[in-house]
Design a protein around this ligand. Structure first.
Ligand code: NAD
Length: 350
């Protein structure tokens, strides 16, 4: 099975390409990047494929079955739609798109073409997250009535002035970049309950004065362009009422508190779970009249490998994976409502 990787930056090199390379069913035929040196570097590093700068070359090749879209957010919808219309199956990175409207267009074309469109909500393939889902489904936490989400870091804005901090490219900041993963984990573990109302506030404060911003870390590949743009949320807060539990959240790429608090608390009437993001989780409950807490042992495999293997398998089986656009689009809807609520300073009824 031949595939193309479109966008050869951080996530392509950290996850998609090595995971495809580990899958014996797949051959990467094209590495595509608008920057020719990045596509060429991948060809040399992985010892296969052809470097291209225009993704249409891959879409016009009948040998290509599927593509990974690993570009900045502004190109997700365009490339995924072009690829599906060219008869290719697609795994497109998170967030689905910059806006809910773009995500709806992606879903529409997915339905029209019948191609696979999975979004890179990789935590749905994380073994610890799946173990939490099983705990909740089995009723061990009782009624889960509140989930608290924290994705807060101390002065850690990515690529100041670049693609991540430019709304026209990224669609938003801390919420759309980090929050998307957290909200997606919550929705997945809760069985995707329908959101009912959303209230949010988003702040663009710490990175605004780019020249004087002092930071702890600045991740992202093409870091720092102080003549660029900074017009996204560096912190966000809010509440989502669903037909099931209430979700409250605080997120920050940057805050003036020197703590990184990245976890999700699932609070049930019989027990609770704290998932430390990207790591293990702890269960809190009472058994035989005693308070107990424990970290379950979960055999875990790299979640990106799980995600890519599931996608490759899906190209053959054509089953609907949990990362299907039809399922995960609700997160795009919630994030849009958070941004809309923040702009209007009032609650949005969905
Ligand atoms: N799943 C995850 O945990 C995770 C982690 C990091 C990034 N991401 C997502 O992956 C995407 C890429 O992020 P990144 O950190 O790898 O960014 P990056 O800037 O490191 O890489 C993006 C690459 O895409 C290229 N590109 C831009 N437009 C293109 C086009 N039209 N055709 C071909 N190539 C193009 C750029 O030149 C760049 O090399 C983002 O949407 C981001 O949200 C997901």
């Amino acid at each position: 099975m031949k595939v193309a990787v479109i966008g050869c930056g951080t996530i392509a090199n950290a996850a998609h390409i090595p995971s495809y390379m580990n899958n014996p069913k797949v051959e990467i035929k094209y590495f595509c990047d608008i920057l020719p040196h990045k596509a060429q570097a991948a060809v040399e590093k992985y010892g296969c494929g052809t470097a291209i700068t225009d993704y249409h070359v891959a879409l016009n090749d009948p040998e290509i079955a599927a593509v990974s879209v690993c570009t900045p957010n502004n190109m997700h919808a365009t490339i995924a739609i072009d690829a599906m219309r060219a008869g290719k199956d697609v795994l497109s990175e998170k967030p689905a798109a910059r806006t809910y409207k773009e995500a709806e267009e992606m879903l529409k074309v997915q339905r029209e073409t019948g191609r696979i469109l999975n979004i890179g909500v990789v935590n749905r393939f994380n073994d610890n997250v799946n173990a939490i889902k099983r705990y909740i489904d089995s009723g061990k936490l009782g009624e889960v009535f509140h989930v608290y989400v924290s994705f807060r870091a101390h002065r850690s804005i990515p690529g100041l002035g670049g693609a991540f901090t430019t709304k026209a490219i990224a669609g938003g900041g801390a919420l759309i970049d980090w929050g998307v993963h957290y909200l997606d984990i919550v929705m997945y573990c809760l069985g995707d309950p329908k959101p009912v109302t959303v209230t949010g506030e988003a702040f663009c404060k710490l990175g605004k004065d780019m020249k004087n911003y002092v930071y702890r870390s600045m991740w992202a590949e093409d870091t720092k362009d102080l003549n660029g743009t900074y017009d996204v949320d560096d912190s966000v807060t809010g509440m989502i009422r669903t037909e099931g539990p209430v979700i409250t959240f605080n997120g920050a790429w940057a805050q003036n508190i020197n703590e990184s608090e990245t976890y999700i608390d699932f609070m049930g009437d019989k027990g609770g779970i704290r998932l430390t993001y990207g790591s293990t989780f702890k269960v809190y409950t009472a058994e035989n009249g005693t308070l107990v807490e424990y970290v379950p042992e979960v055999k875990s495999r790299d979640h990106f490998q799980n995600e890519i293997d599931a996608f490759v398998n899906d190209i053959e089986t054509r089953e609907k994976l949990p990362s299907h656009i039809e399922t995960v689009i609700v997160t795009a809807k919630m994030m849009q409502a958070i941004y809309d609520s923040a702009e209007a300073h009032r609650e949005i009824v969905l």
